[in-house]
Design a protein around this ligand. Sequence first.
Ligand code: NDP
Length: 504
Amino acid sequence: MSTNKKRPPTTTSSSGIPVPSDEHSLTVGPNGPTVLHDAHTVQKIQQFNRERVPERVVHAKGSGAHGFFEVTEDVTQWTNAKFLSEVGKRTPMFARFSTVAGEMGSADTVRDPRGFALKFYTEEGNYDLVGNNTPTFFVRDATKFQDFIHSQKRLPDTGMRSNDMQWDFWTLSPESAHQVTILMSDRGTPRTWRNMNGYSSHTYSWANAAGERFWVKYHWKTVQGIENFALDEADAMVAQDPDFHRRDLWESIAHGEAPEWRLEMQIMPFDDARSYRFNPFDLTKVWPHGDYPPITIGRMVLDRNPENHFAEVEQSAFAPSNLVPGIGLSPDKMLMGRIFSYHDTHLHRIGTNYEQLPINAAKSPVHTYNKDGAMEYLHSGAQPPYYPNSYGGPEPDPSKALPSWWVEAGEIGYYAYEKHRDDDDFIQPGTLYREVMEPADREHLVTNIVAHASAGVSAEVQTRVIGYWTNVDADLGAQVAAGLGHGNGSRETPVRAPGTQRAD
Ligand code: NDP
């Protein structure tokens, strides 16, 4: 908003009718009752009452910016996606960053993964890549997602968040260990959204013009460099400026410092998947860089702030099912669940025709037999509403099928993933702790775990917390035990660490 010295335009109603007063209601004399036919005041009240749409169940607090993606390396040997077809090609895009568990008014710097949702307005429709600032996730099967999120939210009786509930779920779900190691490291409290990486986390597939398929992972590497808050800094910022990340993104773009990320791809030949040492579709695992070295193929620059937060950030809706020709899915069971859940939640949150809102609308032509519903305003005119038809309606193009993948034959059942040679929930977090983290990172990890697991966590759950970290690394487990007062077999009452259990 800026101060405008020119005579401003006349206020109108939403129907464009000039408004005579925004200070006084229409009343019978100066002291008489307000009349119902003061349509402007009545409609102002009605609109106000309807200003909020339901907040997102997850990722409620966020902000976003517009920008572009530019291809910097030829990738046509791996994919025929048109927006990736030539070096130098730019595609307009919108990005939204967020915390996961907190509500819309929650503070930005609390420990949480950060959402990293990207929408590319390509010439073959919108491509959405809905990732996080972590390369992994807490669970590997979509049927556990709702339980996981419930454990991060609020207790049914007190309405408060509970670290006990979080550790109870995590320690009973050993597949969470890798993601919780990252979350409890200082990467769980990024300094700004500009100073964090983004990851597709999931494995996707690419196919080239000859139909050859590859498995891929996307890594968005911050050009600004990784910077994190230590626990006390993050806690202090909760009180100092709960909108710190939102403000930082807005101000840096407003000041002409457009943040940038480099896109690095890990690309796995299709047939490697069966025999790779880790199950490549298991969302709790990464592909070590030594096995599949990242290849830089492009860059994303965010250089324009939204004009209206509600219209663009709040109403933006991303869905991993929005894939464009040349890009497909993988047999990742979490991804399968997300393919359904995102579109479904947007239908609930912002309505049947949410894809017609300007922030979500494709910039390429839309020819669909989907029709009608609340708020439809883009339509196909007199086009026949059915297919097949003999009146020139749009026709499918079989050559645009997304890459498919094999499905192992078998009986329908409730299966765990087939285990690959090195599949174990604790191998990769152990590697992260021992081989990637610097001594200061390890020290902060212990501090962060102890602070979090001290706050309102029962003795029984704490015992499991120690076992969980001992499985990641024996020395780490010993340090956590000592920090929680469980050292040398003795147990002291855990001290509540400041600021580790609060309402957001
Ligand atoms: P590398 O040494 O090649 O890569 C290690 C990666 O770890 C780098 O991408 C680095 O990111 C990232 N990293 C550093 N500190 C942390 C942290 N506190 N939390 C999360 N990530 C961090 O090793 P490998 O590829 O062989 O993987 C070793 C371990 O590194 C894995 O088990 C996994 O835990 C972790 N990791 C691996 C990733 C992958 O895709 N291979 C991605 C991220 C983490 P940066 O370069 O940006 O500092």
